[in-house]
Design a protein around this ligand. Structure first.
Ligand SMILES: CC(C)(COP(=O)(O)OP(=O)(O)OC[C@H]1O[C@@H](n2cnc3c(N)ncnc32)[C@H](O)[C@@H]1OP(=O)(O)O)[C@@H](O)C(=O)NCCC(=O)NCCS
Length: 223
């Protein structure tokens, strides 16, 4: 009697041209999609001699646990969920996100995380500095580099979600040419204002012609 032919494809030998799993694990989604080498592209230091280094998810978690209470001053009795740690979050962040730490004499004074959200978009997930390192121009120096690296490597837009009562972050991103592109409501963060920086000139033209009724240019006005 003939046996039914299996519908499963036979296992194939790995394609030697593809990166091995260990290489894939070490690189982040932005490196894999756009070939960005953050070590080469980012300056080793920015404002005030602060060093910028590649970092990782566990250092981000340590920094958040130690300092987010003071930095963000979260309300004790918030109605919103805290969105805790999960193994899926850890895997997602470890295999996709870019983490950078800002160091002053070996002490971590700030952390950044961001990730590609699709083949042409980048999301700034988190940026924070210890209070004593805020308002020294560190983030704006870094942001300028970040945006030019992303642009040079073909990224078309960068998104960030900012609380409507965070004037410093709103101001900085508007000053650097981000436009308000929406509001996001969530059970974790309440209402967030979405800002988008169009790195592609045509994308910005379409956005402005479709959604903005005046030709006022916020970037020029703020400078
Ligand atoms: C927001 C944050 C990341 C910015 O980093 P930073 O290194 O302090 O920012 P910079 O020093 O580069 O720039 C600060 C700007 O805000 C301006 N600023 C300061 N206080 C302000 C206020 N109350 N309202 C508006 N702008 C203000 C400063 O004048 C400066 O602008 P300028 O260069 O045009 O003069 C940092 O302040 C921080 O960690 N804040 C707490 C966490 C946070 O809010 N993260 C962002 C979440 S979206």
């Amino acid at each position: 009697m003939k046996t039914a032919k299996s519908k499963l494809e036979p296992l194939q030998a790995p394609d030697p041209r593809l990166p091995t799993l260990s290489i894939v694990r070490q690189s982040t989604l932005s490196e894999r999609l756009w070939g960005i080498e953050w070590r080469r592209h980012l300056p080793p230091s920015c404002q005030d001699g602060i060093l910028i280094e590649r970092s990782n998810f566990s250092e981000m978690v340590q920094f958040a646990q130690a300092h987010f209470g003071e930095i963000f001053g979260r309300k004790e009795h918030s109605l919103f969920l805290k969105g805790g740690q999960s193994s899926a979050k850890k895997i997602f962040c470890e295999t996709n996100s870019d983490f950078f730490s800002f160091l002053s004499t070996h002490k971590t004074v700030g952390m950044f995380s961001g990730n590609a959200t699709d083949w042409e978009s980048y999301y700034i997930r988190s940026i924070s500095f210890l209070k004593s390192y805020q308002h020294r121009g560190i983030y704006q120096a870094f942001l300028g580099h970040l945006l030019s690296v992303l642009k040079e490597n073909g990224v078309k837009r960068v998104d960030i979600h900012i609380a409507p009562n965070n004037p410093v972050s709103l101001y900085i991103h508007l000053k650097h040419g981000f436009l308000i592109s929406g509001s996001v409501l969530s059970e974790n963060w309440g209402v967030m204002t979405q800002l988008t920086k169009f790195l592609d000139h045509n994308s910005q033209l379409v956005f402005e012609s479709q959604f903005c009724t005046s030709s006022w240019n916020p970037i020029q006005k703020l400078r």
